[in-house]
Each structure stands twice: as C-alpha cells, then as structure tokens.
Design a protein around this ligand. Structure first.
Ligand code: ADP
Ligand code: MG
Length: 281
C-alpha cells in the first residue's frame, strides 16, 4: 500500500500525481501536473489484468490509442500520452475542470438554447471522429465533461471503440447496467454500424438535456428494451416543435433510416446560433 503510493506520487519522473478526480467503470482518474511545464493533466489508470485477458488484446488497444491521438478537436478530451508498466496503463489527458454534464442534468432540465449548444458541440465532435473512421459507442452524459468556459468535451473517444469482446464480456461496462443510451441494433447484438449507433445515443442525450429524464425508462429491464426496440417515447409538453421533430428523426429504429449528421446540421433547430468549432488537426 504505502509503497504503491510512494511510487504513484511521481509518474515516470514526469508527472506529479494529485487527488482523485473521478472513478469510472474500470478506471480511476487522478489530477496530475506535468513537472517541467506545470500544465495540469488528468491521469486515467487502468489495471491491465482487469481488462486484458486475451491474446492480442494489447495490440488492438494500442491501435485504438494511435487513432485517438489523431483525433484532436476542441470538443474532445485530448489524449496527450499513454504510458504503461507491467500491470497498469496510464492515459495522460487534458484536465477538464468543469465536471460532468451529467451533474448539470440531475439538477433538472436545461433551457433549450443551452441544450442546443451542448448538442451542437457533441455533434461537431462526433462528426469529426466519424470522418476519421472512429466511432464512440458509449456516448452518454457521464462521458461528457464541461470545461471552465462551459464548453463540452467528449471523453473516452476511441477508447470505447475497443474490440467487441471486451465490451460484451462485461469487463469494461459491468456497472453500466442501463441500456438507456444504446441503439436498438446494438442491443440486438447483430452486426452494427458504430457511427449510426452513435447518432441514436446523441438523440437520447438531446432528449435528456431538454427533458431532464430519459426517453426510454422502466424499472423492468425487458420492458425498457421493448421500448427501445419500438422507439416508444413521449415528448414532454415543453419541447418545441422543432426539437421534437429532430428527436423523432434521431430516434429511428432502422439505422439506415436514421438521420445522418449532415442532415442534422442542416436543420433550422441545429443551425440556430451555431458556431462551428475550428478543428485543429
Ligand atoms: P471510465 O471510462 O472508466 O468510465 P472515465 O474516463 O469516464 O472512466 O473517467 C471517470 C471519471 O473521471 C469521469 O466521469 C470524470 O468525472 C473524471 N474524468 C475523466 N476524465 C477526466 C478529465 N480529462 N478531466 C477531468 N475529469 C475527468
Ligand atoms: Mg466513462
């Protein structure tokens, strides 16, 4: 114990480790500071033995990491560096200071303009990744962070596009007992297009931002699945007609009939006050 903490205080002679920022389903995230520059970072630590049990898995993870390094966008948490010891993997990320978007929703629904801004930023990030062949597959408010300027940062992009086996044997997602954000075709466990599945999740997120509660909800998991399979939901009376129309195009069961990102971006609801973030490579 004592020894491990000693070891962890300075990481590879490069980062000073600080307080725990958050716990995920399979990782712990600590505050850190790059010693030479003083820059604050977030350090995500994954125990290898919890994640990698199969031959070749490490190679696949490495491939995903190299993709993630290419994915640099103002609304995506930047992965700066990956380090590893025999037992642990360390993801050095930019530190996002405002916390989870989720914590804003649990306080209640957002105003339409505020929900729109987050949705625009989410779609910009997702569009950018899809154009580079990366899908997220685990989009939900817990994976959306907000920075000190109130801008959205998607976390875990690319990382959650880990091989199917990891996702499905429950190792990474044991605590995600809820399929609330997951597209029907993903739940059916046939082959699916990760990019189209992301768009469904964006639809659920938009609904949650505007409503303050989930579109598909039931204490009984099977009933919840059934609602998702039929896209059976009601829009609360305060939804504007335009937002209602967009949500009904996002939450379409047939992935091939679901609205595309370019079409989302052409809707009047999306275009209002839209400032396209300038992607830096
Ligand atoms: P997991 O993939 O295991 O769910 P996450 O990457 O979601 O882990 O991280 C767990 C929690 O740590 C997040 O919900 C968030 O509260 C915090 N966190 C993660 N990344 C950062 C970051 N870059 N900056 C600040 N806090 C973060
Ligand atoms: Mg997470």
């Amino acid at each position: 114990m004592e020894e491990e903490q000693q070891q962890l205080r300075v990481l590879f002679g490069k980062y000073e480790m600080g307080r725990l920022l958050g716990k995920g389903t399979f990782a712990k995230v600590y505050y850190g500071k790059e010693i030479t520059t003083g820059e604050s970072v977030a350090i995500k630590i994954i125990n290898k033995d919890q994640v990698i049990k199969r031959e070749g898995m490490m190679e696949q993870i490495k491939r995903e990491i190299s993709i993630m390094r290419l994915v640099r966008h103002p609304n995506i948490v930047e992965l700066k560096e990956v380090m590893a010891t025999k037992t642990k993997i360390f993801f050095i990320m930019e530190h996002v200071k405002g916390g989870e978007l989720f914590s804003k929703i649990v306080k209640g629904k957002l105003k339409e303009d505020s929900a729109r801004k987050y949705f625009q930023q989410l779609i910009s990030a997702v569009d950018f990744c899809h154009s580079r062949g990366v899908s997220h597959r685990d989009l939900k408010p817990e994976n959306l962070l907000v920075d000190e300027n109130g801008d959205l940062k998607v976390s875990d992009f690319g990382l959650s596009a880990l091989p199917e086996q990891i996702l499905q044997d429950g190792l990474l997602h044991t605590q995600c007992g809820t399929p609330a954000y997951v597209a029907p075709e993903v739940l059916r466990k046939k082959g699916y297009d990760g990019a189209k599945a992301d768009i469904w999740s964006c639809g659920v997120i938009l609904y949650v931002l505007l409503a303050g509660f989930l579109p598909f909800q039931d204490e009984n998991l099977m009933k919840m699945y059934r609602k998702i399979f039929k896209s059976e939901f009601e829009s609360p009376p305060w939804f504007s007609p335009e937002s209602k129309r967009l949500i009904s195009k996002l939450l379409v069961v047939d992935p091939n009939k679901r609205i595309s990102i370019p079409a989302i971006m052409r809707t009047p609801w999306f275009r209002k006050n839209f400032n396209s973030p300038i992607a830096f490579k």
